[in-house]
Design a protein around this ligand. Structure first.
Ligand SMILES: *Cc1c(COP(=O)(O)O)cnc(C)c1O
Ligand code: SF4
Length: 342
């Protein structure tokens, strides 16, 4: 396990440069052959990976890949990005839109399921393609991509005084460049009844350089109370450089939470879950949710039975401070909140 120092005075100057994270996105691995080659995996992984990648392409930044163990097809980080033959035989409960999100779309790019908070699809792209993703079939191409295109969604937020929190999600909202993100955030801050902004992003985990000075300035530079919810599933995702980026967010007074998905072959063990929580709380990041996997077509091989999930969370409680045990939740279509299992 990595030791995270959490010291921010050792940040190299390059951490702050926008060009770096954009370059990291450009150089991400998009070909199953290259992923398999880099990880020195047996050739039998090739054909199924190529076939499954047609449904949902491979996308894995080199930085994330560098945290994997070469030659290990069961590496918990690799499992999250490598298309397997198991994706090609969908389970019977699987659906393309498992949460019936299509019916929660208020206007293009705006989802509201729960009272008081609405979710803006701020970007269609992600910095990584997670094979288990519940939004892998989401019609992102229909979501707005410019300030002008967001106006109907912003207008709906402005017209609804019952809302006091906006979530930026996607895709990954931090794939937007800082200037665009800053412009979107100030428009949201201009809506009087909105008090809090929450950004759901995997980028600080996948490409730690994304935590640029300009991003920090944007997050600090308006009146909204900021929450950043990152997404890491396994302790090996949080190396020293990721720790530095997370500390930079925390040092701005931003609350940083983590959500994870309970995934067979990735984190379905007490060691992985306790290790993840320890890594997070040592930095000051609060484990928020542990999600039960949604029934999305092509991901059923990641499913951990709820009974096993309950036992794991119970065991976590015996090893960790109370605040380090995430709420184990499942999302039911049409529910008025996520449902706490344990
Ligand atoms: C998960 C989710 C939220 C946030 O729910 P919290 O329980 O507040 O974290 C909000 N809107 C939508 C559409 C969601 O899927
Ligand atoms: S980063 Fe999030 S939205 Fe994007 S593929 Fe992964 S789980 Fe899905």
């Amino acid at each position: 396990m990595q030791i995270v120092t959490g010291k921010t005075d050792s940040v190299p100057a390059s951490v702050a440069a926008t060009a770096d994270w954009q370059q990291a996105l450009k150089s991400a691995v998009r070909e199953p052959d290259e992923l398999i080659d880099r990880l020195q995996l047996p050739a039998r992984y090739l054909a199924p990976a190529r076939q499954a990648a047609r449904e949902f392409p491979v996308f894995a930044p080199l930085d994330f890949i560098s945290r994997m163990e070469p030659g290990n097809p069961h590496d918990p980080l690799l499992r999250q990005v490598l298309p397997l033959d198991l994706e090609l035989s969908p389970g019977e409960k699987d659906r393309k839109d498992p949460l019936e999100e299509a019916s929660a779309i208020q206007t293009p790019g705006l989802l509201q399921k729960y009272a008081g908070r609405a979710l803006l699809i701020a970007a269609g792209a992600c910095a990584i393609h997670c094979r288990y993703c519940f939004r892998r079939h989401f019609p992102y191409q229909e979501a707005p991509r410019s300030l002008a295109a967001w106006q109907p969604a912003l207008q709906m937020l402005a017209d609804d005084p019952s809302l006091d929190e906006v979530l930026l999600s996607g895709g990954d909202p931090l794939t937007l460049v800082d200037s665009q993100l800053g412009a979107l955030m100030s428009q949201i801050a201009g809506i009087e009844h909105i008090c809090r902004l929450r950004i759901h992003t995997r980028l600080p985990i996948v490409i730690p350089e994304r935590v640029t000075d300009e991003l920090l300035a944007n997050l600090k530079g308006n009146r909204l109370t900021m929450f950043v919810v990152v997404h890491a599933n396994h302790p090996a995702e949080i190396d020293d450089r990721v720790g530095v980026g997370l500390r930079r967010l925390l040092d701005q007074g931003i609350t940083v939470l983590n959500q994870a998905v309970l995934l067979k072959g990735v984190n379905d063990s007490l060691d992985a879950l306790v290790g993840l929580s320890r890594q997070l709380i040592n930095l000051g990041v609060v484990p928020y949710y542990l999600h039960q996997l949604d029934h999305v077509a092509g991901a059923s091989h990641f499913e951990v039975p709820v009974s096993q999930g309950r036992q794991l969370v119970k065991a976590m409680r015996e090893h960790l401070p109370g605040y380090a045990v995430p709420r184990y939740v499942v999302e039911k279509p049409g529910g008025s909140s996520k449902e706490v299992i344990s």
